[in-house]
Design a protein around this ligand. Structure first.
Ligand code: 5CU
Length: 400
């Protein structure tokens, strides 16, 4: 077994728990996604097809027990698993509340009864992100109750959430007690897209789901949008406000110890952060709202390393490391130190999404991300080991 400092830890990996899959199966005849429909294959076998996004080719449903097999095949020691999109977003408040509590218990049960990494460590192979019932009309007390539940389940180390909040996005003041409770409990928030952005930008050509996934998902993470219609291609019901809406709302000034992990390396935010800072500086409505230059807040974030390329990883780590130089106007050094930025980046696979189109021994979506980490110019061996696993052990407090 590798020593703890060499463990490979996957922090972006999803599951559809049996209870959740049963709910989707019960919606087989529903007019709108999400649902699971059982098809018959040409060989006459029953096959579950999962549809979570309008117009998207359906994904194969990966069974819960396949997770460990997938990990073994790719040498992944530990996974911090999360329920995949669209979480509980489509449910009425009371059902979302009950189901969140049940699914959190289910996930704890699975992780706690799963194997350990080895007989000489107490580090388990599975940990999880819980779910909050973030839907319109949910009460603050219900949300706080579930934050508290997650914080008492030892194998749940955070929670995953989409970008809608309780209907008005994540910069909604109504969420402030929730951020406060999450910060106090020390839980990591994994912020993940589902709705994409205005589908009319994708044009009329059939490009499969390349544009919504390659651009729409990361743009959604960048903007932290809200009130998008469930479809990839239907116009949003309301124009999105600004990106980075969480930064603009001052969440990190109010909750400086909030630990936010962004999917897909933060989307376009690293590339746009200096432009964002400049726009803030030149806008009378917000110029004096934040305590720091916008670039400072990027250093508060954690980002998955799901970029598939070493140049992108290097660039993102430069931007993250540079943020310390923006702590105050008087800061002396704004020089990027790639190594410092790497400490906030964590390996992920996005399993069960992006399966290979034809049978291969290993998934390219996994090997490409591992090769990217191995090839970043300016990252030391220690930095790379950090991104592969040690950073996750520290962030999620996983100890042997
Ligand atoms: O790229 C991804 O993260 C995903 C995901 O999580 N869910 C999905 O439906 N497609 C792609």
């Amino acid at each position: 077994m590798s020593p703890a400092s060499k463990l490979l830890v996957d922090i972006h990996t999803h599951v559809y728990l049996p209870r959740y899959a049963a709910l989707l199966r019960s919606r087989a005849g529903a007019a709108a996604v999400p649902f699971i429909r059982t098809n018959t294959t040409p060989e006459g076998l029953a096959e579950d097809r999962l549809l979570i996004l309008d117009h998207e080719p359906s994904e194969s449903l990966t069974s819960w027990s396949e997770k460990l097999k997938f990990m073994d095949k790719h040498g992944i020691d530990v996974s911090v698993v999360s329920t995949a999109n669209p979480w509980l977003d489509f449910l009425p408040a009371s059902q979302a509340h009950t189901l969140a509590a049940e699914l959190n218990d289910d996930l704890e049960q699975y992780c706690s009864t799963g194997p350990s990494v080895s007989s000489s460590t107490q580090i388990k192979r599975l940990y999880g992100f819980g779910l909050l019932p973030l839907v319109p009309e949910i009460t603050t007390s219900a949300l706080l109750e579930i934050v508290n539940q997650i914080s008492t389940l030892p194998h749940l180390r955070g929670l995953i959430m989409g970008t809608r909040g309780i209907g008005n996005g994540l910069d909604d003041e109504a969420l402030e007690p929730v951020w406060a409770a999450i910060e106090k409990a020390g839980l990591v928030v994994f912020l993940h897209p589902h709705y994409g952005v205005d589908g009319s930008a994708w044009g009329d050509k059939d490009n499969g789901h390349v544009l919504p996934l390659a651009l729409g998902f990361p743009f959604e993470t960048t903007t932290v949008s809200s009130k998008y219609h469930f479809s990839f291609r239907i116009r949003p019901q309301r124009e999105m406000k600004a990106a980075t809406r969480l930064i603009l709302s001052g969440v990190f000034d109010k909750f400086p110890n909030l630990r936010l992990l962004l999917a897909h390396s933060g989307g376009a935010l690293p590339a746009l952060s200096s432009r964002l800072a400049s726009c803030i500086d030149h806008d009378p409505a917000v110029a004096s709202r934040l305590k720091h230059d916008a670039r400072y807040y990027l250093g508060k974030l954690y980002l998955d390393a799901v970029t598939y390329g070493p140049e992108e990883l290097g660039f993102v780590s430069d931007v993250i490391s540079r943020s310390a130089g923006y702590a105050s106007v008087a800061s002396v050094s704004k020089v990027a130190n790639r190594s410092t930025g790497s400490k906030r980046m964590l390996f992920g696979t996005d399993h069960p999404f992006f399966p290979p189109l034809s049978a291969t021994e290993k998934w390219k979506s996994v090997t490409e991300n591992l090769e990217a980490i191995a090839s970043v110019q300016g990252w030391s061996k220690g930095d790379k080991d950090g991104v592969r696993g040690r950073n996750a052990l520290a962030l999620f407090n996983l100890q042997g």
